[in-house]
Write a protein that binds this ligand. Structure first.
Ligand code: CP
Length: 305
């Protein structure tokens, strides 16, 4: 990989995505053998800079870096000098001055990782920016699909949930389309962004239509923290009329996989039976998350080692 930063799947070529997935699959094999001491990032420093809450993404970037021998520093904006008024750019320059090599940033404003990347020497990895992109999540989703099906090309992936506020939906759409998958979507009209079809998604008129013949059905979290009310009546009604349940899954291919980026609102986007069932890959997605983030960090920095 010849790029300095990973800011979104809109920017990456199919070849770059394929390289990350292939490397990620090798990393996942090592993790399955419980190998957690690798030399790939020895002598490197990685800082996670999170202006929004996270469990999966922050922990898995930290573990990915540590398993490959990096020094890791975690900064939560709440307990940093950001609270004293320091700007994002000045925070980045401070980390550069400390000889930090990679900044993994999550920020509520779309575009913040790009601003940082344009002003620091360190590699910048977007760990989710507002409603824009969440590239490592989409890459781990695609890694899980590729491991289960052997390929992405020709798969049909149905995405149901809060698409309007979802950076995961956009990154998956960009990545899946580049690798030759078909993407269908369904949500209340208020939770579908205008023009998403221009980006390559097929917007369906029912959850059954979206799931018809799907290899993968992905639920997305209802992002209550980004909503200001009035987009749907109640969580109970959302679950009843828009959630994924056994009846919806009957329209997908036999044995179709159930996925969700997490955190899940249990019983809202997906029923508990599906979350905990045999076709669920939600826990496997978490392991894919460490593997794909190991691949991203290694491929960004390997020319310098
Ligand atoms: N999927 C995801 O981004 O989860 P976290 O918010 O816990 O990182």
């Amino acid at each position: 990989m010849k790029r300095k930063d990973i800011l979104g799947l809109y920017d990456l070529s199919a070849e770059e995505i394929d390289e990350i997935l292939t490397t990620g699959l090798s990393m996942k094999k090592l993790l399955r053998q419980n190998i957690k001491k690798l030399p790939h990032l020895q002598g490197k420093s990685v800082t996670t800079l999170f202006y929004e809450n996270s469990t999966r993404t922050r922990c898995s970037f930290e573990l990915a870096a540590k398993y490959m021998g990096a020094h890791v520093v975690n900064i939560a904006a709440e307990s940093s000098s950001v609270k004293k008024g320091e700007t994002l750019v000045d925070t980045g320059k401070t980390l550069d001055a400390m000889k930090n090599d990679v900044i993994v940033i999550r920020h509520p404003m779309g575009g913040a990782p790009r601003l940082l990347a344009n002003t620091v020497k360190a590699h910048v990895v977007n760990a989710g920016d507002g409603m824009n992109e969440h590239p490592s999540q989409a890459l781990l989703d695609m890694l899980t699909m590729r491991e289960n099906f052997g390929k992405i090309e020709g798969l049909k992936v149905a995405i149901l949930g809060d698409i309007r506020h979802s950076r995961v939906a956009k990154s998956n759409l960009f990545g899946l389309k580049k690798l030759g998958a078909e993407v269908t979507m369904y949500a209340p009209r208020t939770l579908i962004p205008t023009d998403i079809e221009k980006l390559g998604a097929k917007v369906c008129s029912s959850r059954e239509e979206a799931a018809e013949g799907a290899d993968v059905v992905m639920g997305l979290r209802i992002q209550l923290e980004r909503q200001h009310g009035g987009l749907f009546p109640s969580l109970g009604e959302y679950a009843r009329f828009y959630g994924v349940n056994d009846e919806v899954m009957k329209h997908a291919k036999k044995g179709a996989l159930v996925m969700h980026p997490g955190p899940v609102n249990r019983g809202v986007e997906l029923t508990s039976t599906l979350i905990d069932g045999d076709t669920s890959r939600i826990e496997e997605q978490v392991l894919s998350g460490i593997a794909v983030r190991m691949a991203m960090l290694f491929l960004l920095t390997k020319e310098e080692i």
